[in-house]
Design a protein around this ligand. Structure first.
Ligand code: ZN
Length: 136
């Protein structure tokens, strides 16, 4: 498969507002977008670090998977997202390799990216997102 770089690192937080005091106030990164992803029940905030982004994920409902993550493991790194060229081909390679997919087909994520998650049980504990920007 053709992975170009780490697109973003997803971090589960209780409050984007509180967490921004660290990322903006201390680290000096600029939040350039806040977006609600209704089907994942999260609010997201993006900070650019070179080619890679930090994506803060704040749950908007108690039954959000991010809310459950925080409940079980606390705030912290939630997933790593790779930027891939040809996400459909990538997913079929992952499936052929016998790995478990959370999304068998790409769906729409934040920033209009096509995204799909691989199950952490198949990726040594790291929830892994594959994404492709088809709008470029
Ligand atoms: Zn993500």
């Amino acid at each position: 498969m053709d992975i170009s770089h780490i697109e973003h690192i997803g971090i589960a937080v209780k409050s984007i507002e509180e967490t921004s005091k660290y990322y903006e106030g201390v680290l000096g990164l600029k939040c350039y977008a806040i977006e609600e992803v209704a089907d994942q029940k999260v609010k997201t905030a993006f900070f650019k670090v070179g080619q890679t982004k930090i994506e803060l994920l704040e749950p908007t409902a108690e039954d959000s998977t991010v809310a459950k993550f925080i409940e079980n493991r606390g705030e912290g790194i939630h997933h790593i997202a790779f930027c891939v060229n040809g996400i459909e081909k990538c997913l079929s390679e992952v499936e052929l390799a016998g790995l478990r997919l959370i999304d068998k087909a790409p769906r729409k994520g934040a920033e209009g990216l096509s995204i799909a998650f691989l199950h952490p049980k198949s990726t040594f504990g790291v929830l892994t997102e594959m994404c492709e920007n088809k709008n470029k």
